[in-house]
Structure formats: C-alpha cells, structure tokens
Design a protein around this ligand. Sequence first.
Ligand code: ADP
Ligand code: MG
Ligand code: MG
Length: 339
Amino acid sequence: MKRRILLLAGGQSGEHEVSLMSARSVLGALPRDRFDVTPVVISKEGRWLPPTETQKALESGAAPTGGDLVLHRVASAEGYDAVFPLLHGPMGEDGTVQGLLTLAGIPFVGSGVLGSAVSMDKVMTKQVLASAGIPQVAWRLAVRREWQRAPQAVEARAAELGFPLFVKPANLGSSVGISKVSAAAELRPALDLAFSLDRRVILEAMTAHKPREVEVGVLGNDAPIASPVGELRFEADFYDYETKYTEGLATMHVPADLPPEVSERIRETALRAFRALDCAGLARVDFFYVEETGEVLLNEVNTMPGFTTTSMYPKLLEAAGYGYSELVTRLVELALEER
Ligand code: ADP
Ligand code: MG
Ligand code: MG
C-alpha cells in the first residue's frame, strides 16, 4: 500500500527560499509507486497554505500571504503516514514543528524535539558536546538582558577569548548576523547586530589559523552511518552569507583531500555527536580542520541541512552509495521505523 506523505516546506525563517528549492528536488525524487506526496508550503507568516497556493509558491519560489493557522491544519495532517518537515532554521528545524507533530502522533523525518532544539542552539550544542569530550573552540554565552544592563560583563567575557573572535546569534543559520571581530572596538556593533536577531548570543574564539571547512553526512536512527568527508573551499575571509549563496564563490569537494587518519577521526566524531545530541534520521555535522595544528574542531550540527540535488548533504550521501531518490526514500523509512 502506498504511504501518504506530507511534505512541509518554506517556513518562517530566513531560509524559506532555500527550503522551497529543497522541496522541489525532494518532490521530484520520492518514488510515486511507493509514496503519495502532498506538499504544503508554510508562508513566512507561519500559515499553512492550501493546495493551489502551495503550488504557486513552489513554482514561483515565493509564498503568497493567506492560508490557515498551523493548529487548524495539523488536525487534517492526521491522515498521513509520515511528515517530511523540510524546514530550515527557527520555527522548523528547532523542535517547534517537531513538537506539534509529536503531539499530533504523526511520525516524521529527522530529529525529535530534543535533538532538534539542542542542535539548533549553538550554545546548548557546545555544552552537550563538551560533556561528551568532543573538541571545539572556546566559547562564552551572553543573553540580551545582560547586554542591555551590564555590557561591561559581556565585553570582559569577550576579552577572555581574545581577538579575533566570532559573534553569532545562537539560533540562526546561513551565517545571518555573524561577525568576525578583530579588535575590541568592533565588538559593540557585532553584539548589537546579533542581539537584534536573537536573545542568546555566542562568542567564539577563532581557530588558531583560517580553518579548512569539512562536513560529514550522518544517516540512520540507532545505528547511523557516516558519509565520506566533504570540503568547502572559498576565497572569502569566512563562509559568510554572500559566499554561501552566490553561485561560483564556493566549491564542494567530495571526498575531501585529507590524511586517512584525519578523515576517520572526523567521521567517528560526527557519529559521537549525532548520538550525544539525540539526533535521528539525518544530520550534517560541520567541522573546522586546522591543518597547521592537526586539530579537528566540531563547529555545528544541522538537523535539516540544505536538500537540493546539488546540496552538500545529498552529495555526501551519494559518495556513501545513496542516490538522491534512494536517500529520500530511506529517510521516510527511517521516520516510520520504531525507535
Ligand atoms: P551558520 O550556522 O550560520 O552556518 P557557523 O557557526 O557555521 O554559522 O559560522 C559560519 C561560518 O563562519 C563558518 O562556516 C566559518 O567560515 C566561520 N566561523 C564561525 N565560527 C568560527 C570560528 N570559531 N573560527 C573560525 N571560523 C569560524
Ligand atoms: Mg548552521
Ligand atoms: Mg555553518
């Protein structure tokens, strides 16, 4: 019997358009003899769009306004065997939608509430991974209230890390709101920017040298596998928004040209992180490899990574032997698996 799948795309975060692109790829790839797929686009206002509006949004790449409140819609999601929440960033990848689907009793692709929420927050991720003994850069947390009431305390914390350092909203992606701060004088605007986007901000020591940026795809539930390691190369000072989304500014290399021992260490660490964070289904685990020192530092874990046919995650899994269509099918199977 065909499985009925609800594919959620779009969403309220800055990665709305990226999600629509991923959804078009996934829709084209889920085998029709096995799955009956209904897409629903979530507008930037968080409304679940009816079929005609959804179709328009998928075709044009931008969601119109209108649609239903989430809670009206989720009841009608009950007829589905599984949901594929192909949503990136806050209000989609962060445990919110996962909580809704858990309440509704519908299996879904990817991590649950806990793994999604912890992995979305860069500070919580670092805390959990530190207790699992996974190497990372030094960091400090700052919250908005503190920055408003006692900015000196936050500045002192930054000084402990030394310069250059990175200032980031704790719960965003796509490098939005991230600054590289080279001197104390640049700290204020960087913190103002990050706090305009999030209540929680992470300060991070920069790696000792400009790092190589390497990523691993993890696939599975209780017995996950790690893909070969891939690398992103670019000229920019760091992997900022422009470099990520301007065609031709960055290139992907799979497998990365690394000593076998380093690749193995990266893959093994990715699996440990996946388990420590209680991830499920899939995750792309991103690392900094500091060639000069030999350090492998875990940067972040993305529980719903970009998913177009040319995105890094599918490329990594392709190198592990999963074609795109096979990969999306496997993800739905994992969602239906008892855990
Ligand atoms: P996002 O979730 O938005 O992708 P990241 O934490 O991955 O945010 O940071 C974006 C980019 O900034 C990284 O890919 C890297 O190029 C640079 N970067 C971030 N933190 C550091 C750091 N501590 N040291 C060196 N480079 C960093
Ligand atoms: Mg990220
Ligand atoms: Mg990143």
